[in-house]
Design a binder for this molecule. Structure first.
Ligand code: DGT
Ligand code: CA
Ligand code: CA
Length: 572
């Protein structure tokens, strides 16, 4: 019953959710959340580590209890404490937690009064107005809840890229290992590296496709076989992710790869170009009448159409074909171009590791520099810094820079933007830092005008370098706050403030479309992990996906520059 790390993380997160609704000790809740994070970000399979006899209590945030829990989950596929909790509580209650504005306390209230345990039931009492009987539920909150229900329903059938990834890669190696399989590729939105995927579309070329199909539906994580045929099969995995498998002949591989990678809009564009030349293009090949003139590789297809190879991340019909014809396709940034990471936290606020631990992990990745950007005092839940504590950290960083060879630690802050647009810490200390990130962490519901004015004022502060997670959206959980982005772009450009692509997989903020606009406006981007522990420095990969989808090149990205170049760019 091999469970992947993300499934184990899921179990811990569910545990935390239910405990929270139950009103359990917050430390206990936090312990499960931290464990989930550790497990999710672990580079190696926990199952392998346990098989190798590793002492799991060596992992951050994993004590003896959690180590026992992991062993139990790996051995049995279940966690008895979670099963017991589920027995105790109505099913579906945890889904309500995804709704913005609904904390565990309010869910408890809703349950006690109306016995609500699903999104549908919640929508019903909200729409009928019955919900107003509850203390603390006003029109604003109810409006937010209804919006949240819609968002959750919509997100319900899409999967975040990082959640789909272990399933996709697991299947990739499972299928590649099978004898007779020549090619395997995960196509569709996954190959285009979209922030969420609706389903996985796997393409195989194999001599023995019937045997491959049998092998596919026997994959251990398959919950249900929806259909099984010679060229196409569909299954549902245990986490409800749908997977389509298609097999094609070797000579059609390129065409099928191109077709199933999509996007549909890109395909239509390509097909039209073929039609203009009197050809036909489909998933089997490129044809002139009945004669096949191409289709074995993607490169060949693009070449036939007079195009250069177009990277999957660009295939959205956002001008990639035109750019190619004008010899203006970007040379997309790669992970190996990244020289540092400009947003991360330490134990001093809400991180889980020391500055030195973060720095050593960054060094092992080959980074030249990192910036430590802990929170400022307004964010009390994160133990944010006042000026005095920040100055103490600045001194500590000086000492570390003297003793640590091979990496430079920049002094930074993720400073709250207060409601009136002023910064949470005085300019006198901001100006002494190497890098200042400005961020909105509360009052998400201001009007567009107020929110825009607030952020603009912060951008005009002479010491602010980067706007962190600019739109505030959390995928499937919270919409972006109301911001006039064209105004934000204008001010960023004038004030030479960079925008962040926050690489946390639930944020990926700014998104691909905004990143492309920013680039066109000449605004620099910082791709930053916002890591709260050393392992999360690996989130850079997700930020890179978004950057590539936003057409970014090395030169567009602050942290793809050397330290000396970066320092020049940060001078305003
Ligand atoms: P998703 O799954 O919603 O995240 O997005 P995709 O892009 O993976 O879409 P999906 O799974 O429906 O289909 C996979 C690819 O197959 C899609 O990117 C392009 C191609 N495709 C699907 N339907 C059509 C169609 O009607 N016309 C064309 N030209 N291509 C299609
Ligand atoms: Ca798909
Ligand atoms: Ca599909």
């Amino acid at each position: 019953m091999a469970l992947s790390n993300s499934e184990i993380a899921d179990i811990f997160n569910q545990m935390a959710d239910l405990l929270e609704i139950k009103g359990a000790n917050p430390f206990k809740v936090r312990a499960y959340r931290n464990a989930a994070r550790t497990v999710q970000n672990l580079g190696k399979s926990l199952e392998d580590l346990v098989a190798q006899g590793m002492d799991l209590t060596k992992l951050p945030g994993i004590g003896q209890d959690l180590s026992d829990a992991i062993r139990e989950i790996i051995e049995t596929g279940k966690f008895s404490k979670l099963e017991a909790l589920k027995q105790e509580m109505p099913e579906g209650l945890d889904k309500l937690l995804a709704i913005e504005g609904l904390g565990p306390k309010r869910i408890q209230q809703l349950y006690d009064t109306f016995h609500i345990a699903s999104l549908e039931e919640l929508a019903k009492v909200a729409e009928s107005g019955e919900i107003y009987q509850l203390k603390g539920f006003g029109p604003k909150l109810v409006e937010k809840i209804l919006k949240g229900v819609q968002l959750a329903k919509k997100a319900g059938h899409r999967f975040r890229f990082d959640i789909a990834k272990p399933f996709a890669e697991g299947l990739r190696s499972y299928l590649s290992d099978f004898k007779g399989v020549i090619n395997v590729e995960i196509t569709g939105s996954y190959r285009r590296r979209k922030e969420t995927v609706g389903d996985l579309d796997i393409l195989v070329v194999a001599k023995n496709w019937e045997a491959v199909t049998d092998w596919f539906v026997k994959y251990e994580k398959v919950k249900e076989v929806v259909s099984k045929g010679p060229t196409r099969s569909t299954v549902i995995l245990r986490n409800d992710l749908q997977v389509d498998l298609r097999s094609v002949a070797k000579e059609s591989y390129g065409s099928a790869l191109n077709y199933f990678t999509g996007s549909k809009a890109h395909n239509i564009k390509i097909r039209k170009m073929a039609v203009d030349r009197g050809w036909k293009i489909n998933e089997y090949g490129v044809f002139e009448g009945d004669k096949r003139i191409g289709g074995e590789t993607e490169e060949q297809i693009y070449k036939l159409l007079g195009l250069c190879y177009i990277e999957p991340e660009l295939r959205e019909d956002r001008g990639e074909v035109e750019a190619c014809l004008a010899h203006a396709l970007p040379k997309l940034i790669e992970l190996s171009d990244i020289r540092g990471d400009l947003h991360m936290h330490s134990k001093e606020t809400d991180g889980h590791a020391t500055i030195e631990e973060m720095a050593r992990t960054a060094m092992a990745k080959g980074y030249e520099y990192i910036a430590i950007t802990d929170h400022s005092k307004h964010l009390t839940v994160a133990k944010g810094f006042d000026e005095k504590r920040l100055r103490a950290q600045m001194e500590e960083i000086d000492r570390l820079n003297d003793s640590l060879k091979g990496i430079t630690i920049l002094k930074g802050i993720e400073c709250d933007i207060l409601e009136d647009g002023s910064m949470d810490l005085p300019d006198s200390v901001l100006k002494e830092l190497d890098i200042v990130l400005a961020a909105v962490h509360y009052k998400f519901n201001l009007s567009t005008k107020e929110q825009t004015q607030r952020v603009v004022k912060a951008l005009q502060n002479p010491y602010v370098h980067v706007l962190a997670h600019p739109t505030g959206r959390i995928i499937g959980h919270r919409n972006a706050y109301e911001l006039d982005m064209s105004e934000i772009f204008k001010v960023c450009k004038n004030e030479k403030v960079a925008l962040e692509i926050n690489a946390q997989p639930e944020r990926l903020d700014i998104n691909d479309v905004y990143a492309k606009t920013a680039k066109e406006e000449g605004i620099k981007i910082s791709i930053a992990t916002d890591a709260h522990d050393p392992m999360s420095l690996d989130f850079m990969e997700y930020g890179l996906n978004q950057a590539r989808r936003g057409w970014l090149e090395k030169g567009d990205v602050l942290n793809a520059h050397s330290l000396s170049e970066l320092k020049k760019m940060l001078k305003k």
